[in-house]
Design a protein around this ligand. Structure first.
Ligand code: ZN
Length: 188
């Protein structure tokens, strides 16, 4: 266990720490909805990603599940890394920052960098990245944004595959789920 994990564990039990992160994420993303026609509350996406991460791990990793719940807080709600360090410790904050795009860059450049960075982020952060892409493909299949053409959906699926193909994580369960979803791009 790292120093930070000991620190978090000393203050809160794992169940308490995970729920603290879920509550924090729900508050920060309170006004936000997913882009699909069903406009699900954004917290649904965060809970799905965290559940995928937890179910894919052979050994418990509470901080990784917490980081999965918080993975969009910096990018989408303006929470700073410093706040994450103070509230959840530097291990969680570092994991979130590894999966956070630099929003000062144009969108096309951010998307290109996700492909470039996929193999460079830690194996733990890669599990969040993979679960995030699974959740996004499921969202597009179940409730696509109303203004997305088949072409646009196909492009998103192909880009997501380029990111996932760059990941070195050998998480067979998540990779198989991603491939199963990706094959459905042929139906668009
Ligand atoms: Zn996400």
């Amino acid at each position: 266990m790292s120093e930070i994990e000991v620190q978090v564990a000393a203050n809160l039990r794992p169940d308490q720490a995970v729920l603290k992160a879920a509550h924090f994420a729900a508050q920060k993303h309170a006004g936000q909805r997913r882009k699909g026609t069903e406009a699900e509350p954004y917290i649904n996406h965060l809970l799905e990603v965290a559940e995928l991460v937890a179910s894919a791990l052979a050994e418990p990793d509470t901080n990784l599940v917490i980081a999965a719940l918080l993975h969009d807080t910096v990018e989408d709600t303006g929470v700073t890394k410093e706040v994450l360090v103070e509230t959840f410790g530097s291990d969680v904050a570092d994991l979130v920052m590894e999966v956070t795009d630099d929003k000062s860059l144009p969108k096309a450049e951010r998307k290109r960098l996700q492909i470039v960075h996929a193999s460079q982020i830690s194996v733990r952060a890669q599990v969040i990245k993979l679960a995030d892409k699974i959740s996004n493909l499921r969202g597009i299949l179940a409730s696509p944004p109303a203004d997305w053409s088949g072409e646009r959906k196909r492009e998103y699926f192909e880009w997501a595959k380029q990111v996932v193909d760059g990941l070195s994580t050998h998480n067979e369960m998540l990779k198989a789920e991603f491939e199963r979803l990706h094959e459905k791009a042929g139906t668009f």
